[in-house]
Design a protein around this ligand. Structure first.
Ligand code: MN
Ligand code: MN
Length: 283
């Protein structure tokens, strides 16, 4: 039998019932404020995954050893609050079935439903933006309100890589969350920051969300709201490697594939790093 290509994530060969990790896309970009198009993120990340060798030397494992199922992309409603409910319903079912959700955005508002379903002890997010507006452009589910919505159901929030937000958002984050700006990471190094994060979280369950614009837009420019002076792909890989073992869910959002493919390529790598890190820790 010949091999045939697939539109699903590479090496996601398990049936749903046998899978521990369930990938799904949420191609929603209805509230984007600058450049639209991150609804094409999931398919770009999946396409990029076919560039990658199945073998991961860091974990000495083949990707296909991890039981992964890709459900494809959700048919999303056009209103952001309805979309958040769709995600919450889906992730609640995955949780009931004992699966680890791995969600591909779409804009960052897709995270709200997943966090509501999982109610982790900690919400850890890498993002250039604080996303802490209570309401933006007429919606409390705008992609600029994600941290504010998540703070309604998670009491402990860690923000890594921030460098854009209002004065009020920064002072609120400093007072109520654990904020590590992109400058903090540059000054202290990601390793020292992660030591502190691990001290804070212990081994409590956390949800890890990566907004692609945490990474400097000069390195990965396929973004809806690009920001320079950011983290590097290696910084984010360190975050994913360190925190994946205690994560109950993961997403990679805000990839807008209008570049030469580097943003989706980094995303595809980090999705695999998450699964491999989580799977290796549980072996
Ligand atoms: Mn964001
Ligand atoms: Mn952002």
């Amino acid at each position: 039998m010949q091999s045939f290509s697939s539109t699903l994530f590479a090496d996601a060969d398990s049936e749903y019932t046998a899978a521990r990790y369930v990938i799904f896309g949420v191609p929603f970009d209805g509230t984007t404020s600058f450049k639209a198009g991150c609804r094409d993120g999931p398919s770009a990340i999946r396409a990029a995954s076919y560039n990658l060798e199945s073998y991961l030397p860091h974990y000495d494992m083949e990707m296909y050893e991890a039981p992964i199922h890709d459900m494809g992309d959700m048919y999303v409603d056009c209103l952001p609050d309805a979309m958040a409910e769709q995600v919450e319903d889906t992730v609640s079912l995955l949780k009931e079935d004992g699966k680890v959700p791995v969600m591909l955005g779409g804009e960052h508002s897709v995270t709200i439903g997943a966090v509501r379903a999982l109610k982790p002890a900690w919400y850890v997010v890498c993002d250039a933006h604080l996303d802490s507006q209570d309401e933006y452009r007429g919606s409390r589910f705008n992609h600029d309100c994600v941290t504010a919505r998540n703070a309604e159901c998670v009491s402990n929030i860690i923000l890594i890589g921030a460098r854009s937000g209002t004065r009020e958002e920064f002072s609120y984050a400093r007072e109520h969350h654990h904020l590590y700006t992109a400058d903090d990471v540059r000054e202290r190094g990601i390793s020292a920051v992660l030591d502190e994060v691990q001290k804070l979280t212990g081994d409590a369950p956390l949800y890890l969300s990566i907004d692609a614009d945490a990474i400097d837009c000069c390195l990965t420019p396929g973004l809806g709201t690009p920001e320079p002076f950011g983290l590097t792909p290696l910084d984010i890989r360190d975050v994913v490697r360190r925190l994946s073992p205690q994560a109950v869910g993961f997403d990679y959002v805000e990839v807008l594939p209008n570049d030469q493919g580097q943003t989706a390529m980094v995303a595809a790598h980090l999705v695999r790093e998450f699964i491999a890190g989580h799977f290796s820790a549980g072996k």
